[in-house]
Design a protein around this ligand. Structure first.
Ligand code: AHR
Length: 633
């Protein structure tokens, strides 16, 4: 059936080919990857008590309590609010309760750091932290006294005696006196790489398992913000965590499909941490910055051209932050955060999903400034949210003139669109810019509806589409599914690659497709033909082939989108000896099936051994299947 020419590599496949796109949507950062369990730890949400409740919880007391007051410190503009706790000898026990993010995921026997900053104004108060389950049973506690009238950090360890996904943290005050308290925090000690106050280990591991070639951050629409004021400003996300100014999340607003009024960004996961994560995973960092245009779906607020300089400076300073020597202003800040070595930033994105003259005008001003100072930088431009139609064509015309290195295209389309578009880049003008397929996901039904699922059909159609991305690796340099993460109870958008609750996380069928591509990228494409033609969907069959010159392996990816099984025979021209290898298969009889938090492994790949003899290999392809064969040459 399929003939592969193993001796004639065609296009180089970029190491960046399969990557990930991170956005703080669906509680992916605060309440997700960032392992902080306390919501609104420094009382800086628009409503200072959001996420907190006063104890004891009687109606009258809640309304009249004056032992707990919010105070503003004008000398601390990034984090002005703190709580004053006043306890007289007649006052009955009182305190605060934090609800976490839909509760807190607590694991039996693990260690949790409870911390806060405080100062004593008069006499002694002991701060006690207690973890409770929904019925009020205590599952762990620890306490520490506050002493000294300077702001100081306090920390104690809680070792819970039960596992519970919806725990709450009660903070009560014992003794008589007055203290000020802020930054009330609870983190597991068992984080990714054991970093203190770091990232959720299970979630990062799922990312590491994808073997990503790059990480695009921090979004998405949150880069742009609903208004310019609410855009993502990376400078406010680096340096000491308590000086990172809290900001409303773009997905908090009425413009989100499922708005979450308690969605704010603490920026505990900020630009330094994104660079560090990219380095940990061996992925190229790809930051995207505001181009001076707020989200065009929302306010479309626009910075006049003669006031664009601070935005452009943000881009130039970011490159200095990532790559500059420790003697530069921003390189020094990176070093002060524990990373004197540069992060070797090579790519930077200007604007997300923006279009029209106002975008291209601004893009050009950024590009001029960036190339003047950093001629080797690769700049990524957007095309708007379109992948075809009049607006898209207009954008492409502009981009042909402007010539960015990479152009970011987004496709949130039906499974049929994905199957039909496996040939999208076959006749692409090779002289044009390169493609970053920066956001894509097949939609089983309407985007963001609860019924829009990560079905096997969607995953298989994406696998089919990706054969076309890989075949055209001389044009397509980067690809990433979107969005990446979603909390099962707190999402704003569907479908998503990885779902999680407070205790666990699982990969969807789409995740396994990404993983099968990401862990089997190859270094060069090979010709794979059926009756002399590319294998692009006739009778539901799609294929691509590559060689990994580093490991000397042949990699063949075949997709069967039919609801019936078939046999596919492969002729490996140029190979006569018998060679052994593995075959990874993702499949299922029911194309509508999807993994869930209760049943996370309904669709997972299975692996078997294969042998090719006399240059032949037969694949038994089940219905709705994606198979990757790896042969040691
Ligand atoms: O991935 C979700 C959103 O889709 C992104 O924020 C935006 O870029 C696109 O519209």
């Amino acid at each position: 059936d399929l003939v592969i020419d193993i001796n004639n590599p065609i296009h180089e496949i970029q190491p960046t080919m399969y990557g990930i796109f991170f956005e703080d949507i669906n509680f992916a950062a605060d309440g997700g990857l960032y392992a902080e369990l306390v919501k609104n730890r420094s009382f800086e949400f628009d409503a200072p008590w959001m996420g907190w409740k006063h104890l004891p919880e009687t109606e009258t007391r809640f309304n009249t309590v004056n032992e707990l007051t919010i105070v503003r410190d004008a000398n601390n503009p990034q984090n002005p609010r703190f709580v004053r706790v006043d306890k007289g000898d007649e006052t009955p026990e009182f305190g605060l309760e934090n609800e976490g993010f839909d509760g807190m995921g607590i694991k039996n026997g693990e260690k949790y750091d409870f911390s806060f900053v405080a100062r004593q104004n008069k006499e002694n108060i002991t701060v006690k932290a207690t973890l409770i389950d929904t019925t009020g049973n205590i599952i762990g506690s620890a306490s520490t006294a506050v002493n000294g009238n300077d702001w100081k950090a306090y920390e104690v360890v809680i070792t819970p005696t039960a596992t519970f996904g919806a725990a709450k943290l009660q903070v009560t005050f014992e003794g008589v006196g007055q203290i000020d308290i802020d930054q009330i925090s609870l983190f597991p000690q068992d984080t990714w790489k054991g970093r203190k106050k770091g990232l959720r280990k299970d979630m990062v591991q799922l990312l590491a398992d994808l073997n990503p070639g790059f990480i695009r951050f921090p979004g998405g629409c949150i880069v742009e913000g609903r208004t310019l004021d609410q855009r993502y400003q990376w400078k406010k996300t680096v340096g000491p965590v308590d000086q990172r100014e809290t900001l409303i999340n773009r997905w908090n607003t009425e413009f989100a499909h499922r708005p979450a009024p308690d969605y704010f960004q603490s920026f505990g996961l900020g630009f330094f941490e994104y660079f560090q994560l990219s380095e940990d995973l061996g992925a190229e960092p790809l930051p995207i910055l505001s181009c001076g245009l707020a989200c065009q779906f929302n306010t479309s607020e626009t910075v006049p051209m003669d006031q664009l300089d601070p935005y452009i400076d943000d881009a130039l300073d970011l490159i200095e932050f990532a790559n500059g020597s420790v003697n530069t202003k921003w390189g020094k800040i990176r070093a002060s955060m524990g990373h004197p070595e540069p992060f070797n930033l090579k790519y930077i994105g200007v604007g997300n999903e923006q279009w029209g003259q106002e975008y291209f005008e601004r893009y050009e001003a950024f590009a001029k400034a960036i190339y003047t100072k950093y001629p080797d930088m690769n700049i990524v431009s957007g095309t708007g949210p379109f992948s075809d139609g009049e607006m898209f064509e207009k954008a492409i015309k502009e981009l042909e003139r402007i010539k960015p290195e990479l152009v970011d295209e987004h496709y949130y389309r039906t499974p049929d669109w994905f199957k039909e578009n496996a040939t999208r880049y076959d006749n692409y003008d090779r002289e044009r810019f390169k493609i970053f397929a920066g956001e894509y996901a097949a939609q089983s039904v309407q985007t963001a509806s609860p019924e829009n699922r990560n079905t096997l059909e969607c995953a298989i159609s994406e696998a089919a589409f990706m054969t076309g991305l890989e075949r055209n690796a001389d044009v397509v340099y980067m690809t990433s599914y979107a969005p990446l993460f979603a909390h099962v109870n707190r999402w704003q958008w569907t479908p998503d690659l990885i779902w999680f609750d407070n205790l666990t996380a699982y990969g969807t069928a789409n995740y396994y497709v990404q993983k099968m591509y990401g862990t089997n990228p190859g270094t060069h494409t090979l010709s794979i033909k059926r009756e002399g033609e590319n294998v692009t969907g006739k009778d539901g069959l799609y294929a691509t082939a590559a060689i990994d010159k580093n490991s000397n392996e042949l990699i063949i990816k075949v997709v069967n989108t039919l609801g019936s099984k078939r046999e596919v025979s492969l002729s490996l021209n140029g190979l006569s000896k018998a060679v052994e290898g593995t075959m990874t298969s993702l499949h299922g009889d029911d194309a509508g099936v999807f993994n869930t938090i209760e049943e996370p492994s309904k669709i997972t790949p299975s692996e078997s051994n294969v042998i090719a003899e006399n240059g032949k290999l037969n694949l038994q392809m089940p219905s709705n299947s994606f198979q990757v064969v790896r042969l040691k040459l």
